[in-house]
Design a protein around this ligand. Structure first.
Ligand code: HEM
Length: 119
């Protein structure tokens, strides 16, 4: 399940950057379609993350933090796209995005399931 989880967020990340580019090029229809597909990806990320959580017997604070930061990234995906489309400022959201992404990677790879880059 960790592989399914990683696959879903990697696809979402790629689609997110494609959506930003498509928006820059002024292709509104393409942007809307990508936004819709991304919303389905959020559900898949939530589902795979939820299944991982439910497979753990003793959920520690770090797991809860991992899930909360994961959720925060999904909110940021959505907010950054909405505000970029409306040409509103997004610098603060991007800073949060980088911090949250580094944190979620660290926590995900430190916690016991799947790969362990940080012990
Ligand atoms: C874009 C958002 C997310 C990213 C980038 C992300 C990233 C990761 C990464 C890198 C791992 C480690 C996988 C491994 O070690 O093989 C992981 C595991 C996990 N994720 Fe996420 N995740 C996200 C969203 C979520 C959400 C929303 C939830 C909760 C509903 C969640 C719950 C979990 C759980 C429970 C694990 C297992 C932790 C462990 O290794 O023991 N994730 N995630």
């Amino acid at each position: 399940m960790t592989h399914a989880h990683i696959t879903t967020w990697v696809i979402a990340l790629i689609l997110f950057f494609i959506a930003i580019n498509v928006n820059k090029k002024g292709n509104e229809k393409g942007f809307k379609i990508l936004q819709m597909i991304l919303r389905v990806m959020y559900l898949l990320i939530l589902a795979t993350g939820g299944i991982l959580l439910s497979s753990i017997a003793h959920i520690s604070l770090l797991y809860i933090l991992k899930a909360v930061v994961g959720l925060w990234i999904l909110v940021l995906f959505e907010l950054i796209l909405l505000r970029t489309a409306k040409k509103q400022p997004v610098t603060v959201l991007w800073i949060q995005f980088v911090v949250a992404f580094l944190l979620v990677l660290y926590l995900g790879l430190k916690l016991p399931l799947g790969f362990h880059l940080f012990q």
